[in-house]
Design a protein around this ligand. Structure first.
Ligand code: CA2
Length: 143
């Protein structure tokens, strides 16, 4: 099974600031966890991070053609703004799961809408890095 993990803007800055919200581990640590979990689940994984909305749309579209079986997505700030990412997820019709490191339900009003989440089959919110693990297990369980 081939999984694509998509991370949106500023997630590459994890561990540098706002540690009380996102924890003290950095983005490389997240990527190492994701690769270890993929191996344990006997899945292939590609991790994609971009600070650019269009690049994320392009990568989701590419997933339709490259044999991706499922998408784990943390669109970061684009969660709350991007109809383009929602439409891309709807266009490819691949199983997708939304992840947020922090508990966005307990944060500012502007974080209460998730466009991408409308195209996702499951949501793991506020579980830290472990949310990615849960999302990967969910998709692997669909095999
Ligand atoms: O909790 C999450 O995973 C978020 O997707 C993280 C986003 C935020 O905009 C979403 O509302 C919730 C932020 C990504 C990381 O931003 C940083 C900010 C300061 C320092 C390091 C990273």
């Amino acid at each position: 099974m081939k999984l694509l993990v998509v991370n949106g803007p500023n997630l590459n800055m994890l561990g540098i600031r706002e540690k009380h919200i996102y924890g003290d581990r950095d983005y490389d640590a997240l990527c190492r966890c994701v690769r270890e979990w993929a191996e344990a689940l006997d899945c292939q994984v590609e991790i994609f991070q971009s600070n650019h909305e269009g690049a994320i749309v392009d990568r989701i579209q590419q997933a339709y053609f490259d044999g991706t079986d499922g998408i784990v997505i943390n669109p970061a700030a684009y969660t709350h703004t991007s109809v383009a990412i929602l439409d891309a997820l709807k266009a490819v019709q691949l199983p997708a799961v939304e992840v947020h490191i922090s508990d966005v339900t307990q944060r500012e009003d502007f974080r209460q809408v998730s466009y991408a989440g409308m195209a996702c089959a499951a949501h793991y919110i506020g579980l830290g890095f472990e949310g990615y693990h849960e999302a990967m297990k969910y998709l692997a369980g669909q095999r």
